[in-house]
Design a protein around this ligand. Structure first.
Ligand code: ARG
Length: 399
C-alpha cells in the first residue's frame, strides 16, 4: 500500500520541525511541509525554513505568501466588525488559522494527500480552529495532531531535534510561546503564567518605545476600508504593517488579560497589537459620525458575538457569514479621515471628519449659527415623560 501523504502546517519552529520527522517515522507517512506567510517575522528567511523542513525529512516543502489575502479576507472583515474578543483581544491567532487551513486544504488536494496536520497542543484554541476549519472545508481529510500524541516536554523536543540532526537553533532558556502575524503578536508562557506577575520587557518586539516626538497620524477610510496613511495610499497588508510600525514605536498597543479559552481554561495572555488596535479604534470612531443611532447600537450588540465566533474556530459558520453581510451593509457611508494623536505610551483619536457624516454643525452648535428649533423641544420632552408623569398623578410618585 502506498504511504499516507500528509500536509503539515509548518512554522519552522521546534515543534513543527520535530513533527515532520516524527510523523515520517512513527506514522510511516510522507510529509509535505507548508509554511504560510501571514506577516510574521521569522528568525530565518523562508529559504532556510524550507530547507529545515527538508532536512527534517519532508518529501517536499512549500512557502506561500498569504499576506494580501490574510489582510483582505480576514483582518478587514474583523476590523469592520470592530472585533475584540472579551472586549480586548483583536483575534490575532484566531484570524490566521482559517487562511492557513485554506492553503493546507488546497495543497492537500494538489498532492492528493490523505490528511493535514498541525503542531498545536491539546490545551489551546488553535487546534480547535485548525480542525473545525478543515472539517468545514474538506470533511474527507483526516487532521493529525502529533503534539497531542507524543507527550514531549520542551526539553524532550529539543533532545529529539538534536538526536535526529534537525537543524534548529533553540534556546533552552527561552520560555515563551509566540504567535505572530500582520494583525499582532501573542505571547504566552514563562513568567506570565502567574497572572499577578508583571510581564517582562524581553519578549516584546512590536511595542518597544523608541519614538518620543508627539505625532499625528491620519488614516483615510473609504466605505469602511482603510486606504491611506498620512495621505499615502497603500495596499491593505502594507497599510496594516505601516500603522503597526508607527504606532508601535510609541510603545502603545499592549493587552494584558486573563481570557476564557474554548477548551475551558482561563489563561493569562499578553498581546502587542498596535496596528490592529489603532485601526479598530479609528474605524469605530468614524462610525460614530456616519452610522445612524439604532444601526450603530445594533451593530455594537452583534460585535462581541462576531468576535466569539472567530475565536471559537467558527469562521466558516453561516452565522459569521450572515453577520459579515450585515456589517457590509453598514459600511457604505464609513468614508472619511481620522487623526490619531501619538506620544510615548499614547494613541488616541484627536479628530475625525466624514465625507457624508451625520454630524451637523448647525444642529450641534450653541453659537449664532444654531438652526435647531428650540420650540420643538418643549412638546417632545413633555410627551417623552408623559407615561411617568401619568404614573405619578394616578398612582403616586415612586418612594
Ligand atoms: N490565546 C490566543 C488565541 O487563542 C493566542 C494563541 C497563541 N497561539 C500560540 N500558538 N502561541 O487566539
Amino acid at each position: 500500500m502506498a504511504k499516507q501523504r500528509v500536509v503539515l502546517a509548518y512554522s519552522g519552529g521546534l515543534d513543527t520541525s520535530v513533527a515532520v520527522h516524527w510523523i515520517t517515522q512513527e506514522w510511516d507517512a510522507e510529509v509535505v511541509a507548508l509554511a504560510v506567510d501571514v506577516g510574521q517575522s521569522t528568525d530565518d528567511d523562508w529559504d532556510t525554513i524550507r530547507n529545515r523542513a527538508l532536512a527534517a525529512g519532508a518529501v517536499e516543502a512549500q512557502v506561500v505568501d498569504a499576506r494580501e489575502e490574510f489582510a483582505t479576507d480576514l483582518c478587514l472583515p474583523a476590523m469592520r466588525a470592530n472585533a475584540l474578543y472579551e472586549g480586548k483581544y483583536p483575534l490575532v491567532s484566531s484570524l490566521s488559522r482559517p487562511v492557513i487551513v485554506r492553503h493546507l486544504v488546497r495543497v492537500a488536494r494538489e498532492q492528493k494527500a490523505d490528511a493535514v496536520a498541525h503542531g498545536c497542543t491539546g490545551k489551546g484554541n488553535d487546534q480547535v480552529r485548525f480542525e473545525v476549519s478543515t472539517r468545514a472545508l474538506a470533511p474527507d481529510l483526516d487532521v493529525l495532531a502529533p503534539v497531542r500524541v507524543w507527550g514531549f516536554t520542551r526539553e524532550d523536543s529539543i533532545d529529539y531535534a538534536a538526536k535526529h540532526e534537525i537543524p534548529i537553533k533553540v534556546r533552552k532558556d527561552n520560555p515563551y510561546s509566540i504567535d505572530e502575524n500582520l494583525w499582532g503578536r501573542a505571547i504566552e508562557c514563562g513568567a506570565m503564567e502567574d497572572p499577578w506577575a508583571t510581564p517582562p520587557e524581553e519578549p516584546f518586539t512590536l511595542t518597544n518605545q523608541t519614538a518620543t516626538e508627539p505625532w499625528e497620524l491620519t488614516l483615510r477610510f473609504e466605505a469602511g476600508v482603510p486606504v491611506a496613511v498620512d495621505g499615502k495610499q497603500l495596499p491593505l497588508h502594507e497599510l496594516i504593517a505601516e500603522v503597526t510600525r508607527v504606532v508601535g514605536s510609541y510603545g502603545w498597543g499592549r493587552v494584558d488579560m486573563v481570557e476564557n479559552r474554548r477548551v475551558g481554561i482561563k489563561s493569562r495572555e499578553v498581546y502587542e497589537c498596535p496596528g490592529s488596535l489603532a485601526l479598530i479604534m479609528a474605524h469605530a470612531d468614524l462610525e460614530s459620525v456616519t452610522l445612524e443611532r439604532d444601526l450603530m447600537r445594533e451593530k455594537a450588540r452583534l460585535e462581541p458575538r462576531y468576535a466569539e465566533l472567530v475565536y471559537d474556530g467558527l469562521w466558516h459558520s453561516p452565522l459569521r457569514r450572515a453577520l459579515d453581510a450585515f456589517v457590509d451593509s453598514t459600511q457604505e457611508m464609513v468614508s472619511g479621515d481620522v487623526r490619531l494623536g501619538l506620544g510615548p505610551g499614547r494613541c488616541n483619536v484627536v479628530g475625525r471628519r466624514a465625507d457624508k457624516g451625520l454630524y451637523d454643525y448647525e444642529l450641534a452648535t450653541y453659537d449664532a449659527a444654531d438652526q435647531f428649533r428650540h420650540q420643538d423641544a418643549e412638546g417632545f420632552v413633555r410627551l417623552w415623560g408623559l407615561g411617568l408623569e401619568t404614573i405619578a398623578r394616578r398612582q403616586g410618585p415612586p418612594e
